[in-house]
Design a binder for this molecule. Structure first.
Ligand code: OXD
Ligand code: MN
Length: 597
C-alpha cells in the first residue's frame, strides 16, 4: 500500500470484502499517472485494450456483446418498505437482496486483483463534495474512475480517521479457476446482474456488468441514486443536469442547469457554441449537478464529476466540436470502430467511413456491412479539464449560482420550442410531466411517448412523489431567489418529417430570451400552458428560417394539449395519494386554462 489508511471503518470493510470475494491480490489505488499507465499497459498486453496510434494516450475497449448499456431492469432500490422506493423503481427487500448477492459475491474475484479506489465526487476542497470508495475487480473501471472522479491518495487524506464514505462494491462476476485464461471483457449473464442500492445504509452493490453506469459507481449509482436520498435528508438537490455559463456581450454571467432524457443532446448543449454575436458559453458539467442554498440564499451548483462519459455515435465537428477536441488525447473509447491506421470511428462522426475497420464486436467491417460499426451506445471517457470551453470556475469549491433551470424532451409535435413556467410550482409541474419520444437509443418501440420526470426516472433513489415534494420544499426555501424554470423542445418536425428548428449553436437564441426574462427586459405572452415568446421576442438575426416555421414552433395547439391531459393524469395516478396536492392543483389549473373541467 502506497499510503497509510487511518480510517478503521474503511480498513474493516476492505478486509471483509476480500474475505467474501477472495481475490488473488488487494491493491489500493494511489490515483497517479504511473498507476494509470501501468494498468493500461497490462490490459493492452492481455488483449483487452488497443492503444490508438492516431491519438496520444488513447485506448479502445470492446465490451462483451451482452454488456453494452445501463441495465434498468436489473437496477434495484432496496428500501425496507416497497413504497419508499416508489412506482418508478425495482424493489427487493434488503435482507433478501443481500442474501442473493452475498452468494454471488462469494469467491467472485478468484484469480483477479481487487482494486480499492478512494474517490471524491466534487472538488476535494468543496464543502459540497462527498467521498466514496469503490472496490472493483476491473482494471478498466479503475482507469475510467481516474478520469471520471478525483481518485486516490489525496482522497484518503481528506477522509482522515473518522470521515464518512459511501461504500461501492463492484464485481464483474467472472471468477477465474486456476489456469483458466481470461476473456477480453469478463461479465456475468443478465440474470446474475444486479445494480443495487441500499439507501438506508448509503451502500451500493453492483454485480455482473463492467459497463458504464453499472460499473463506474460514482456516477449514476452514487451521484444520483444515493445522492438524491442524501440530498432530501440534508436539504439540497442532486439532479441529472448539465451546468453551463452564458456570458452576454456586456460581460454578464448567467448560469443554467438543464435536465434532458438520453438522446436529447445534453452533452451538445453543455458545450454549446452560441451563434449570436458577442455571446459566449462555458461548460461546467454535462450530466450531473449537486446544488445547495448558499449564504446569500441563492442556489449554488457543482459538477460532482471530473470527466465526460459521452455517447460517441452522432458526436461530430458539426454537432459538438468542443467534445471532439476534448477527446483528442488521454481518452478511453468503448465499442467504437477501430480503423486500420489505428484511430476510432463511429456513425455520425462527420468523417468519411474507413474503407475497412474492425467493428465493436471485433469483426472485419466495411461501409456496406449490414450492422453499424460502432454500438449505438459506444462511449468516450475524457477529462473535463481537456474541454476547450471548460469554465475557469468549473472546480470552484462554492459552485456557481444558478439563474435558470431548463427541462426538455424530444417531441415531434405538441410541445413548443420554449415555455416559461408561471411560477415555481408550475415549473415543478413542467419537470414532473417532462416527456420524450423514444429513439433507437432507448428501450421500447421508436416514437413512443415516455414520461421521464426531471429526466430522473431511472435515477431517483426514493419514491418519485416524495422527490416532487422535495422540489416544492426547495422552492419554498428559495422564495424570490429561486431560479426561473423553462421547458424546451428542440426537436419539432413538420408533418413531412422536416426539422422546424436548426438546433445546436442556434439554441443560444432561446437561451438569450431566457436570460432577458431573468433580467426582466424581454416580453412574454401568456398562454394556457405557460409564458411564450412571440417571434419578435427571439433574436433571429442572421438565421435563415421560414416565418411559418417560427409560427409553428411557438404555437400552442389547444386541442393537442387537451388530448394530452389523460396521459398526464395517468402518469400522476401512478403515485396515488403520495402525489403532492400542489401538483394535483397544477393539473386542475392547466385543464381549466385549456377550457375543460
Ligand atoms: C448517461 C445516461 O449515460 O443518462 O449519462 O444514460
Ligand atoms: Mn446522464
Amino acid at each position: 500500500m502506497a499510503y497509510e489508511v487511518k480510517n478503521q471503518r474503511l480498513v474493516q470493510w476492505v478486509h471483509e470484502t476480500a474475505a467474501l470475494c477472495q481475490p488473488e491480490a488487494v491493491y489500493w489505488c494511489e490515483g497517479s499517472q504511473a498507476e494509470y499507465d501501468n494498468l493500461m499497459a497490462q490490459m493492452v498486453a492481455a488483449g483487452s485494450a488497443v492503444q490508438l496510434k492516431q491519438r496520444p494516450n488513447c485506448f479502445l475497449f470492446r465490451s462483451d456483446p451482452s454488456d453494452v448499456a445501463r441495465v434498468e431492469a436489473r437496477t434495484y432500490i432496496s428500501t425496507p418498505g416497497k413504497d419508499d422506493a416508489g412506482p418508478t423503481n425495482n424493489w427487493i427487500a434488503p435482507d433478501e437482496l443481500k442474501g442473493t448477492m452475498r452468494k454471488l459475491y462469494r469467491g467472485c474475484m478468484a484469480g483477479r486483483t481487487m482494486y480499492v479506489i478512494p474517490f471524491s465526487m466534487g472538488p476535494i476542497d468543496s464543502p459540497m463534495a462527498k467521498i466514496g470508495v469503490e472496490i472493483t475487480d476491473s482494471p478498466y473501471v479503475v482507469c475510467n474512475m481516474h478520469i471520471m472522479t478525483r481518485a486516490g491518495a489525496k482522497v484518503i487524506d481528506a477522509l482522515g480517521p473518522d470521515g464518512d464514505f459511501v461504500p461501492c462494491l463492484h464485481s464483474v462476476g467472472a471468477p477465474l479457476a486456476p489456469g483458466q485464461p481470461d476473456v477480453a471483457w469478463p461479465c456475468a449473464p443478465m440474470e446474475q446482474k444486479y445494480i443495487s442500492h441500499f439507501p438506508e445504509e448509503n451502500l451500493i452493490w453492483s454485480f455482473g456488468s463492467g459497463y458504464g453506469g453499472n460499473a463506474l459507481l460514482g456516477k449514476k449509482c452514487f451521484a444520483l441514486r444515493i445522492a438524491t436520498v442524501l440530498a432530501r435528508r440534508e436539504g439540497w438537490m442532486a439532479e441529472h443536469m448539465l451546468i453551463l455559463r452564458l456570458i452576454s456581450p456586456a460581460g454578464k454571467q448567467y448560469h443554467i442547469a438543464a435536465a434532458f432524457p438520453s438522446a436529447c443532446g445534453k452533452t451538445n448543449l453543455a458545450m454549446i457554441q452560441p451563434t449570436i454575436p458577442g455571446w459566449q458559453a462555458e461548460c461546467i458539467g454535462d450530466d450531473i449537478a449537486w446544488m445547495k442554498i448558499g449564504p446569500d440564499g441563492r442556489l449554488y451548483a457543482i459538477n460532482p464529476e471530473a470527466g465526460f462519459f459521452g455517447v460517441a455515435p452522432g458526436t461530430s465537428y458539426q454537432s459538438n466540436p468542443m467534445a471532439m477536441d476534448t477527446i483528442r488525447e488521454n481518452a478511453i473509447f468503448t465499442n467504437c470502430v477501430l480503423t486500420d491506421d489505428g484511430d476510432v470511428w463511429w456513425e455520425g462522426m462527420g468523417a468519411p467511413a474507413p474503407t475497412h475497420g474492425i467493428d465493436w464486436k471485433g469483426r472485419d467491417w466495411t461501409p456496406g456491412s449490414p450492422e453499424p460499426g460502432a454500438h449505438p451506445n459506444a462511449r468516450f471517457t475524457a477529462p473535463a479539464a481537456q474541454c476547450p470551453v471548460i469554465s475557469s470556475d468549473w472546480e470552484k469549491p462554492a459552485g456557481v449560482p444558478i439563474d435558470i433551470f431548463v427541462f426538455g424532451g424530444r417531441r415531434a409535435g405538441v410541445a413548443p420550442l420554449v415555455t416559461e413556467a408561471f411560477d415555481w410550482d408550475h415549473g415543478v409541474f413542467l419537470g414532473a410531466t417532462a416527456s420524450s419520444e423514444t429513439t433507437a437509443a432507448n428501450i421500447g418501440a421508436v416514437g413512443n411517448l415516455r414520461r421521464d420526470p426531471f429526466a430522473m426516472q431511472p435515477f431517483c433513489g426514493y419514491n418519485m412523489a416524495d422527490y416532487f415534494q422535495h422540489w416544492l420544499d426547495m422552492g419554498d426555501r428559495l422564495g424570490s431567489q429561486a431560479p426561473r424554470i423553462f421547458y424546451v423542445n428542440w426537436f419539432r418536425k413538420t408533418p413531412a418529417g422536416q426539422w422546424l428548428w436548426p438546433g445546436y449553436g442556434e439554441n443560444s437564441r432561446v437561451l438569450k430570451w431566457m436570460c432577458e426574462r431573468v433580467d426582466g427586459v424581454a416580453p412574454a405572452q401568456e398562454t394556457p400552458i405557460g409564458l411564450l415568446p412571440s417571434a419578435a421576442d427571439l433574436d433571429l438575426d442572421g438565421l435563415d428560417i421560414a416565418p411559418d416555421n417560427i409560427r409553428e414552433l411557438l404555437r400552442v395547439d389547444r386541442a393537442a394539449w387537451q388530448a394530452e391531459m389523460p396521459d398526464i393524469e395517468k402518469h400522476f395516478a401512478r403515485f396515488g395519494d403520495r402525489l403532492p396536492e400542489r401538483l394535483r392543483l397544477q393539473v386542475q389549473r392547466l385543464a381549466a386554462r385549456l377550457g375543460r373541467g
